[in-house]
Design a protein around this ligand. Sequence first.
Ligand code: HEC
Ligand code: HEC
Length: 454
Amino acid sequence: MAGARTSGSNGRWGRRAALLLATLVGVASSGGPGLALEGRGRGHHRDSLERAAGRLDRDLARDALRTLSRGQAIFRYDSFGNEDFWGGALRLHEAVATVDPVTALAVGLKVDVEALPRSLVKALKRGEVDLTDPQVTVALLKLDAVVGVKGVFDAGGQFESMGIQCALCHSTVDDSFAPGIGRRLDGWANRDLNVGAIVALAPDLSPFADLLGVSEATVRQVLNSWGPGKFDASLSFDGKAFRDDGQPGAVLIPPAFGLAGVNLHTWTGWGSVSHWNALVAVLEMHGKGTFVDARLNDAARFPIAAAAGFADVRTDDDRVTGKLGALHLYQLALEAPPPPRGSYDRHAAKAGEELFSGKAGCGTCHVPPLYTEPGHNLHSPEEIGIDAFQAERSPARGYRTSPLKGLWTHAKGGFYHDGRFETLADVVDHYDAFQALGLTPAEKRQLVEFLKSI
Ligand code: HEC
Ligand code: HEC
């Protein structure tokens, strides 16, 4: 089970958790909350962490750590029973069994190097592993090393089914071993991942075809239209595969870090993190769980969802609801990673910061340090100068002010919900023109450098 995997390969959180645990042990042996730890190497990161932990109630700290660790295991390894759908109904595993690692990496799947035994890492380094052999893909699945994909094997070791996990779309790896192979980076949007192309390989797409009332060929065509880094969560609610201009209705995978303190979530403000997690686990990933949202009964806007009863999904075998708390805490704990050293011009970024909250007026909506509104963070399409297509596909009928931390991690695929602006400079040009800001070329550059720095 997933929970068994949490020790040893926890990355950033693992180190923090270890420190915190060490502190707790220290607290326990000193008999008082953190007092014995004061004064050692003041100002040092480790000691400030120890002091912070020392101020926490011991039971609270221990419970929080336990819940966080459980949340991480759910985020990385839980499939909520959805192998009955991806393997059972779509038979996607049959297609996956024919895909070699080179092809799997090319469609954006990532390999967790920390899940590989030392001998395999050595063999890979020596070039002794045939990455054009589909058997190797199956072996990687058996090792639980393909990020976000759960392989199910029978007693004889035969690959008999598969499921998907949150990490499929919301994690990537640091490429420390090779491109696509490295340590997990939880919360990062996988903008290389071509979800549509992968699902389109499934031998049986009739569950989607039946739901949408179209042919399997049409389903395949729609899936193949999405491209890397995108997914269309609203398709199975409203059946709108394409926009009026013929572009796909899919949106970019957003990061799942930097969400603490942010009110509404998703590009179009569907609700809270917990609301969306339940929706995704049950309605999109096809896990076994309960989901209730009466807004999906609106047959005019969500004809498919209303007919399918998505507004009220119940089950006796609920494998989602009991996990929402830990999953929530884990996502809120994932901070946006700071930009790499030297990745932006400090001097220009400083000037850009003043423009951001001053002349350019960005900070009225992207309020620092959340970079979204503390409060109801939703805007009409007119307020930000774009079309209403995606906004109208959400019950909130608007666009959520994107929290901007860690933009540098998801520059691939572009910006705004559908990636319509290829670069940050294009985003700034849009605001400059739409709001007649009168920014000079130098000021625009400063704003971009600031955006790269947060
Ligand atoms: C197939 C890819 C995919 C999978 C799997 C997936 N997501 Fe997402 N996630 C997306 C996309 C795409 C969006 C944006 C949806 C939108 O705005 O319409 C999103 C949005 C989110 C958001 C909102 C982020 C924000 O900026 O407010 C959260 C939180 C989230 N997902 C968490 C999860 C969790 C937890 C799981 C597992 C239960 C999960 N996702 C599984 C693709 C995925
Ligand atoms: C009226 C409120 C508002 C103002 C003012 C505003 N923004 Fe935004 N911003 C938004 C909303 C809403 C979105 C989400 C758009 C979407 O998803 O299509 C957004 C998205 C963005 C994004 C894309 C984030 C991503 O993850 O793709 C960037 C970058 C950005 N804004 C920067 C700025 C800058 C720079 C300024 C000032 C020049 C600014 N914004 C002014 C509301 C605002």
